[in-house]
Write a protein that binds this ligand. Structure first.
Ligand code: ATP
Ligand code: MG
Length: 475
């Protein structure tokens, strides 16, 4: 695919380059994606000279509404149509051991190309009149694109030591593009893996998110594991690796099982936090593993320990704890519930409880539980999937009948206090819970009148007397 030189954006940039007599190039991800026949919405423009000044001229001619200067980075950004166009002046970088942020000085076109991480990211397309549209490929990026290889532009040891984030970028690009990592480049990652400690957690999570969202996340995670990075950034996941044998009995390798679950989930969803729930669903298995003579390997309570670990991991990795952490925690906590219903005879009350506890996340929980089926026994898998279908039908039935999702107590605590003349105490909560249980167990329907009758009955057993005049039977 060729650069769309007729596009107004490139036309204006090329014209201004000529008028101001400044060397300008399209670089980085846009060029890579163009050659992969993919259209990208991010355009990186390299200006040999004052990038911000040049960007101002472009913004003026394009009459772009959104123009931002990032002084600290020496860059500027224009938002125009659906595009984000980033301008940077050509630079040369030098690094210090303790930081990934280099000191920067003005540089030539070559200096700037040489500071880029991978050959496939280091190609440029000229916007200058003497070679307009020509691809400049100093490091052999075109060849590596053809061979589907991620390779550093220079000495991989130095490139990864300078900025350890590049190790994660290498693996992320491999996973996103389904490329292999060149052998020497991978050696460089292994050697410098320990340097990942200088990278902020937010940047690490950004890359993990991109790996989870790639078509086959397991590929990225296997590379993370083989490079030694996984045990440094998510030791809880890398500890799931391995199989033990006792009395001739083995258990499955929970690392590879987890990856299979994530892949299966990814083929059905692009919800990032559901994928995280898949990654973490069995994280409690390392701590709960036990061998019980005569029984075999057990992981009792791994969902509880797992939910606890979710919280620890989210906090450590500075991941969003507001809504997403409780969501992932809940899915990990409940992940065994649907499958246990599928294995046994399903009662209405068990289904009602599941609907009640999962609430709005029920569909995601079912998707996770279904993806959790990784047995090699095809007959078993077929049976489980069939039962899952039945469970889903049953859920629809019961939801229609009982309106359990987003359950609202038909009688409130305040009402109970008023009617029985009680001050806030444990009894009020107990009574409310008993009504809820009776509804979930199918003893009474989810209706106010039935709930009040039931309340009066159980209150009587506790010798509580209601002031019947205060009771409003309908609301
Ligand atoms: P994507 O936008 O899909 O993540 P990209 O290649 O465009 O991929 P960006 O982070 O947008 O990645 O960076 C744009 C370009 O800047 C890259 O193609 C690369 O040439 C260069 N680059 C970005 N980050 C680094 C880095 N840490 N080290 C070296 N070069 C980098
Ligand atoms: Mg980009």
């Amino acid at each position: 695919m060729y650069l769309p030189l007729n596009d107004r954006i490139f036309k204006v940039i090329a014209e201004l380059a000529k008028i101001h007599n400044i060397e300008v190039y399209v670089v980085g991800g846009y060029v890579r994606d163009l050659l992969l026949e993919k259209k990208s919405k991010d355009i990186d423009i390299l200006v040999v000279g004052d990038g911000i000044y040049f960007a101002e001229q472009v913004a003026r001619v394009l009459d772009a509404k959104h123009f931002t200067i990032f002084k600290t980075y020496g860059t500027a950004q224009i938002k125009y149509r659906n595009y984000e166009i980033e301008f940077v002046g050509a630079r040369k970088e030098s690094y210090r051991f303790e930081s990934r942020n280099p000191s920067i000085e003005q540089g030539t076109f070559e200096d700037d190309i040489n500071r880029r991480d991978f050959t496939i990211n280091a190609m440029a397309i000229s916007l200058n009149s003497d070679n307009l549209g020509e691809v400049i490929d100093i490091h052999g990026g075109i060849n590596d694109l053809k061979k589907k290889i991620i390779r550093t532009t220079g000495n991989s040891d130095i490139i990864f030591s300078d900025d350890p984030l590049r190790m994660l970028r290498a693996i992320r690009f491999a996973s996103q593009l389904n490329f292999t990592i060149d052998e020497q480049t991978f050696e460089g990652i292994k050697k410098n893996a320990y340097r990942i400690e200088i990278i902020t957690k937010e940047r690490i999570v950004d890359e993990l998110n991109k790996i989870l969202l790639s078509t086959l996340p397991s590929y990225g995670f296997i590379l993370l594991d083989e490079s030694g990075l996984l045990s440094l950034i998510l030791p809880e996941i890398s500890k799931l690796k391995g199989v033990e044998k006792n009395e001739g009995k083995t258990h499955k390798d929970n690392f590879y099982h987890t990856l299979q679950v994530v892949d299966q989930l990814r083929s059905r969803t692009d919800k990032l936090w559901l994928l995280w729930a898949g990654l973490l669903h069995d994280v409690g298995k390392f701590q709960t593993k036990k061998f019980q003579p005569g029984v075999g390997w057990t992981f009792h309570g791994h969902e509880v320990v797992g939910a606890h670990l979710v919280e620890r991991i989210f906090k450590r990795m500075k991941m969003p704890t507001q809504e997403t952490m409780p969501y992932v925690k809940k899915l990990v906590m409940l992940h065994l519930r649907p499958i246990s219903l599928v294995k046994e005879e399903v009662t209405d009350s068990a289904v009602r409880r599941l609907i009640f506890e999962a609430g709005d996340d029920l569909d995601d929980l079912l998707m996770l539980a279904e993806a959790d089926i990784t047995s090699k026994n095809e007959q078993k898998v077929r049976l489980y999937l069939k039962n899952f279908k039945l469970l889903r039908e049953k859920i629809i039935d019961i939801e229609e009948k009982d309106k359990i999702r987003n359950f609202q107590p038909p009688v409130s605590g305040e009402e109970i206090m008023q009617w029985f003349n009680l001050s806030p105490c444990k009894t009020v909560g107990d009574l409310k819970n008993k009504i809820k249980d009776a509804i979930l167990d199918g003893i009474i329907p989810n209706e106010r009148k039935a709930a009040i009758e039931y309340l009066l009955k159980i209150a009587e057993e506790l010798n509580l007397v209601a002031d019947e005049n205060k009771i409003n039977w309908e609301k």
